[in-house]
Unconditional design. Sequence first.
Length: 222
Amino acid sequence: MPACVNPNPVTYPLSAAQMEIWLAQQINPRSPVYNICQFTEIHGAVDSALFEAALRQVVAEAESFCLQFIESSDGIQQFVSLPDWSLPVIDLSAEVDPQAAAEAWMKADYEQPTDLLNNLPFGFALLKVAPDRFFWYQRCHHIAMDGAGGRLIAQRMAQVYSARVKGVVAQERPFGPVALLLENDVRYRASAHFTKDWEVWSASVVTTVSSRSVATRCSPCG
């Protein structure tokens, strides 16, 4: 389990959607298909120390980044604890093709499957391809965040870093507790609304499909 700040965290069960992702990942643990990755191209000089400080604030604000997973007698559980992590700053500007080198680095990182029991669900890197051009790379497992969440993180990061460059600290704006999200998931699945949604979606699925043989010829009977 990754190192964490909180030694006695409160554990929670996975949401229904998280459990589906967890089970799918266990079926094929070597697959990176649930890695959600994106990069932001930055034009202009970047202060890597300020950038990391801003990113640490954003990570602390977003509990999804702080999710860690453990196996217990109750099955797979999750808890929130600010993790120990680092921001690699990689200078690729001396490469023959810095952009190609950066893209290759990001692709290689994406293709590494995430071991959720022993590693953090996220990773970052700041890739320098020129003195005034950087790629900020972010990766997060889909069990903790989706693509829309990644865009919100990028927007918040821009706000926090810009504030620090101006010499001020952006006010913390937590995205909301994971516990509330899990409570809403349980409440929804026990509601009449969920039952209605289930009926509507079930009715939209074609349940009768005519069977077709894949045989190229028929064998005689008897």
